[in-house]
Design a protein around this ligand. Structure first.
Ligand code: BYC
Length: 315
């Protein structure tokens, strides 16, 4: 295609975005837009699937039948989110198996938060409250993402995430109102998950290579720092309400700006975790790789059955 034609196509594409017209799979789109979406949506899908592991670890040890049933349902929802998101990636022409292989070879990223261990039952509360809370903050604006299939997938995902957040907050509330040991367990979980939850929003805007272009394309509607600030502003009063202390000595309310000021995030730790050196990175990827290997006989049997049916229909 001539260079002039591409410039014209790009102009029309940006015009659609500026006018809030959704981009659909068969519409023309710049290669870089397609690549950005494949990168972000596949990382998001991997996060959902890897995110099942830290909580799956507690299903057999949930303190009662109700808690077990709720946790099981939450983890199943996350599998469902992964499946919608892998389907959304396929609408962009990506191959699902290759995308998953990129996770297994360590080429693709997934959310840093899932590389931390879940040591106590209170961690199920902290994950639901903080991790799903951060996920909602990030994902509600994605319901207005310029790419149709991703935006539509996010609507259902967000409804389910809000149930997840509430179940986590309920666990934390109950523990915080419990015995001194239970309250201490809840505080310890908050201490360990607070900073990693803030890291979920990604690097500061000044160090985020993708934000400016993704905002122009309306893939992202807010910057990483804007969403992180919203999360802090909403979550700090929730902690106070249940009598827990946010582990940040620099945290203070600024009446002039109407926002909380908070301390510096340990970005060295963030980049270490993102580059594969977090406490559980190896375990998480090994577990996903093993799940694929262990499930290979199921896929082979399903394929053999499908082939046989096709042959029978043709004869
Ligand atoms: N962890 O320029 P930036 C969930 C990477 S919730 C790992 O800001 P972008 C769940 C980033 O990929 C979690 N890597 O990038 C909840 C980029 O690397 P590459 C999943 C991170 O894309 C409960 C580089 O750093 N949610 O699933 O504009 C239970 C520079 O960053 C992280 C989503 O994925 C991180 N925290 O903004 C179960 C939401 N942060 O690709 C499951 C969709 C940044 O250049 N994703 N990086 O190698 C997004 O909204 C955006 O991709 C991000 C990053 C805000 C995460």
């Amino acid at each position: 295609m001539k260079e002039l034609d591409i410039t014209e196509l790009e102009r029309k594409f940006q015009e659609k975005i500026d006018n809030e017209i959704r981009i659909e799979p068969n519409d023309w789109m710049p290669d870089a837009y397609r690549k950005t979406l494949i990168r972000q949506i596949s990382q998001h899908a991997h996060s959902e699937v890897v995110g099942m592991l830290p909580e799956g670890n507690w299903i057999t040890r949930a303190p009662n039948l109700r808690r077990k049933a709720v946790l099981l349902a939450k983890v199943q929802d996350e599998a469902g989110h992964g499946l919608y998101l892998y389907s959304a990636v396929e609408t962009l022409g990506a191959d699902r198996e290759e995308t998953i292989d990129d996770l297994h070879t360590g080429k693709a990223k997934y959310s840093s938060i899932f590389n931390y261990p879940t040591l106590t039952w209170a961690d199920m509360g902290a994950i639901g409250w903080l991790v799903d809370g951060a996920a909602i903050m990030n994902q509600v604006p994605l319901c207005r993402c310029s790419y149709g299939p991703y935006a539509r997938a996010m609507v259902r995902v967000c409804k389910e995430e809000s149930f997840h957040q509430r179940q986590g907050f309920e666990i934390m509330t109950k523990l915080a109102q419990g015995t001194p040991e239970q309250k201490a367990m809840a505080q310890d979980a908050l201490n360990r998950f607070w900073w990693p939850a803030l890291m979920m929003f990604g690097p500061n805007d000044a160090d985020s290579p993708h934000t400016a272009q993704s905002m122009k394309w309306k893939i992202k509607r807010h910057t990483n720092d804007e969403l992180r600030q919203q999360f802090v502003d909403i979550t700090v009063p929730q902690a106070e309400m249940i009598g827990l202390t946010v582990p940040d000595p620099d945290l203070k309310w600024n009446a002039e700006t109407g926002h909380y000021e908070f301390g510096e995030i340990n970005w060295d730790e963030f980049w270490q975790v993102v580059s594969g050196n977090g406490p559980c990175n190896k375990d998480r990827v090994d577990a996903r790789r093993k799940a694929k290997e262990d499930g290979s006989w199921v896929r082979e049997a399903a394929n053999a059955y499908a082939e046989k049916r096709k042959a029978r229909k043709a004869s």
